[in-house]
Design a protein around this ligand. Structure first.
Ligand code: SF4
Length: 306
């Protein structure tokens, strides 16, 4: 049996958890490749125009996997860190089931939903039941996988904290969802451009999620989405330790459009650049905007005579 894991959306948040779980159970899997133009174009064919770019990318990865494995792993995650997720994460199963209805896809369904805890463990348990794997084996694999994900996140967060404390370069806090900042086509070109400009990008998504989400409540009590809370909390915590902030959003994102507007109004003293990436232009034209923004940050830090 081979399972296909789409390298899209929440894969970027749960990579170690999911892959280690299957590794421990000795289940063979294939991860779709890094996003490229072909994947985006194929995904766009399945989506209506109003669909956000990450969902188009997700559909492109499903298209890639559809005839390369026995099951495609599709999660449905309703809540994260005690807040809601964007509706798109709840709809993934139905979206794929209906969009690919002519392909006889077999879906391995991972359903992390409802208020009853422990949600995540129950999702894995049901998945094991479906695959006829003993509960004790599933529990063991889950524990190891959870630990691996935990240490991976801790390492990433500590690395970012070290850069914030020790780097003398211009530092920019990049506020972008995991599946945007980690994507080869969406986030990587922006990070590479910043490095080329000798700027240290600090990835908000890689900073301690619990700490950030807790802090986000100082900024807003009403923001419903966990992943946006993570970014807002990171901004509140680190705004005085960085030179500027870049908001990277993918078109058209409902949660980001509301949240980013709030950020821009609330943090008037922080230099903020807002970038929107869409399926057509991707990162075209962004280099010039980044250069101008970095010039401003240099000017602000070093003064007129530098
Ligand atoms: S948060 Fe925005 S970008 Fe992410 S899936 Fe939802 S609408 Fe799309």
């Amino acid at each position: 049996m081979k399972i296909g894991i789409p390298r899209a959306l929440l894969y970027y948040k749960n990579e170690k958890l999911w892959t280690k779980f299957f590794d421990e159970l000795g289940i063979d899997y294939i991860i779709s490749p890094e996003t490229n133009k072909e994947i985006i174009d194929n995904g766009s064919k399945y989506a209506i125009d109003e669909t956000c770019l990450p969902i188009k990318i997700f559909l492109g990865h499903i298209d890639y996997l559809k005839d390369k494995c026995d099951y495609i792993f599709i999660p449905r995650i309703e809540y994260a860190l005690n807040s809601e997720t964007c509706l798109n994460f709840r709809a993934q199963y139905d979206l794929v089931k209906n969009t690919f209805r002519n392909y006889n896809l077999k879906i391995l369904f991972y359903n992390d939903y409802g208020h009853k805890k422990p949600r995540e463990f129950r999702a894995f348990y049901k998945l094991c039941k479906y695959l006829k794997i003993k509960k004790s084996l599933g529990k063991y694999a889950y524990r190891i996988a959870k630990q691996t994900q935990f240490y991976y996140e801790m390492f990433r967060s500590e690395t970012q904290e070290n850069v914030i404390k020790n780097s003398k370069k211009i530092k920019v806090l990049v506020l972008a969802h995991a599946y945007n900042v980690g994507d080869k086509y969406v986030g990587e070109p922006i990070l590479n451009m910043l490095k080329k400009l000798d700027v240290e990008p600090i990835i908000a998504e890689y900073l301690d999620a619990k700490k950030c989400i807790k802090t986000s409540f100082k900024v807003t009590k009403t923001l419903p989405w966990a992943y946006n809370r993570h970014l807002v909390g990171a901004l509140e915590l680190y705004k005085d330790l960085v030179d500027g902030v870049i908001l990277v959003t993918t078109y058209p994102c409902g949660p980001d459009s509301m949240c980013n507007e709030m950020i821009i109004r609330q943090y008037r003293d922080v230099p903020i650049l807002s970038l929107t990436i869409d399926a057509q232009d991707a990162t075209a034209g962004i280099e010039t905007r980044l250069e101008s923004f970095v010039d401003i940050l240099n000017f602000k830090r070093n003064g007129r005579n530098e």
